[in-house]
Design a protein around this ligand. Structure first.
Ligand code: IPE
Ligand code: IPE
Ligand code: MG
Length: 249
């Protein structure tokens, strides 16, 4: 580990309050490639190393949950060659990393409209979920073919279905009942949401869950993301005053 990385990690540990759940909008691969006069998929490929850095950094810092926005519902509208390159990279990532993730104690879940994935991508997803099922050190949520609004609609439908089936009273619909029907039912809401590449928007990511997340916008393009960038974001988080609508104590 580089000096600055270990110094940053030591500082985080001394401070104590590490976010339990970090969500990341991994953005800027296309611009990273363009700056090198390369096609966009070159940037996506370079971004795989950054995914590894994010996972390892969370393991070292003691973060319990990491949610990565890998491919949005809207991203299906990109040129066909870019979409297929991204799907192949997903398969390659799983083929290369599944054993290591399992060895590290990472438990992978994949969320989104997975019916749209190719059979090969879908079976890779099944494989990594199955092979890492026992991991207990870090929960890694990969959001693929995902949209936040679609997730909310899906939860609303599930509630409506339960009411129609007679298993749920309308009066019993509260925030907890709603949250229990989201993909993230088993984990706490993200404490920290990081977006790389300087863009200051949510782009339809985890709309319900980020209600009280601290936002950290990094100018770094995703392929340049490393553990030092992650630790800086955690340090920044540790300096925040999270009031949740109350007054400071
Ligand atoms: C993020 O990088 C990866 C995906 C959205 C799949 P982009 O591909 O959006 O890169 P920019 O934003 O065009 O630089
Ligand atoms: C959001 O990035 C989606 C992912 C990182 C997977 P985009 O690059 O697609 O978002 P916009 O188009 O800048 O809002
Ligand atoms: Mg982008």
């Amino acid at each position: 580990m580089a000096d600055t990385e270990s110094e940053l990690l030591a500082r985080i540990r001394v401070h104590g309050a590490v976010p339990r759940h970090i969500a990341i909008i991994m953005d800027g691969n296309g611009r990273w490639a363009r700056a090198r006069r390369m096609p966009r998929p070159f940037g996506h490929r370079a971004g795989m190393k950054a995914v590894r850095a994010a996972v390892e950094g969370c393991l070292q810092a003691g973060v319990e949950w990491l949610s990565l926005f890998a491919f949005s519902q809207e991203n299906w509208q990109r040129p066909e060659n870019e979409v297929s390159a991204l799907m192949l990279l997903l398969e390659e990532y799983i083929a290369r990393e599944a054993a290591e993730l399992r060895a590290q104690g990472v438990c992978v879940r994949v969320h989104g409209d997975l019916a749209r994935l190719s059979p090969a991508a879908a079976s890779a997803v099944d494989r990594v979920v199955r092979e890492t099922a026992g991991g207990s050190r870090l929960g890694l949520n990969l959001f693929i073919s995902y949209g936040g609004r679609a997730e909310v609609v899906r939860a609303a439908r599930s509630l409506a279905q339960a009411v129609r089936d007679g298993t749920l009273e309308v009066e019993a619909i509260d925030e907890a009942a709603f949250a229990s029907r989201l993909y993230t039912a088993e984990c706490p809401d993200p404490d920290l949401l990081i977006r790389t590449s300087g863009e200051q928007r949510l782009s339809n990511f985890l709309l319900w869950q980020v209600a009280y997340a601290e936002l950290h916008i990094s100018p770094v393009l995703w392929p340049d993301f490393d553990r030092a960038v992650l630790y800086e974001a955690i340090s920044d988080f540790q300096r925040r005053d999270r009031r949740f609508g109350k007054v400071s104590t």
